[in-house]
Write a protein that binds this ligand. Structure first.
Ligand code: NI
Length: 205
């Protein structure tokens, strides 16, 4: 082969070679610990508009650019809620301050009748000052819970103000675009280091 033809062949192949290298480098081989949702639904399906514990109205779009961790629960929950919030606080505290600035933990009340803004504020900020409690009318809460496939129901009813609420204990992880990407079943967020890696992955993706 004449030397010139050889050079032309090499140069013509160069863009392809660079494309292959770029593809290999960008390929994400991370396997999340949380259960991954392969069919990502439209962001609209995750939307909500609720009252935050500071009295402001908050929708999912207010947290754009942040990884949002959502848990449905209530202040008087005897075990699952405090445990989960404590575990989420461990995850949050394991992040660097710049990462923390891009992570929002939300507790959506499934007991809007008893969970006032003040009660929610005192409760969630005990775990971490930036955690945010959200509540609304029973109808609003029911709507949001339905969107996330969350079930809740009063149980052990002793009086109008004395009862328990059984509820789904899933933690939902949304990426900075507001897409629901990972879910953690009851107790799964106890693996702090692995959830931290998932959050970092969501921050990158
Ligand atoms: Ni609970």
């Amino acid at each position: 082969m004449p030397r010139r033809a050889l050079w032309i062949t090499l140069l013509a192949g160069l863009p392809l070679l660079l494309a292959v290298i770029a593809f290999v480098l960008s390929r994400d081989t991370y396997q999340p610990y949380g259960t991954r949702l392969l069919n990502i639904r439209p962001v609209e399906a995750n939307q909500f508009s609720l009252t935050a514990h500071d009295g402001s109205t908050k929708s999912l779009s207010d947290f754009r650019g942040k990884v949002v961790l959502i848990f449905f629960g209530f202040v008087n929950c005897p075990d699952v809620c405090p445990t989960t919030l404590l575990e989420l606080a461990k995850v949050y505290k394991a992040l660097t301050p710049p990462e923390q600035a891009r992570v929002q933990v939300l507790l959506i009340s499934v007991d809007p009748e008893r969970d006032t803004k003040e009660k929610l504020r005192d409760y969630v900020t005990f775990f971490a000052p930036t955690f945010l409690g959200l509540t609304g009318t029973p109808e609003q809460i029911a709507q949001v819970a339905k969107k996330y496939g969350v079930f809740y129901q009063k149980s052990q009813i002793k009086s109008a103000t004395e009862y328990n609420v059984d509820h789904t204990a899933t933690v939902f992880a949304l990426d900075p675009k507001g897409q629901l990407r990972l879910v953690y079943g009851n107790g799964k967020v106890a693996e702090t280091a692995r959830v931290v890696e998932d959050v970092r992955w969501l921050l990158r993706n």
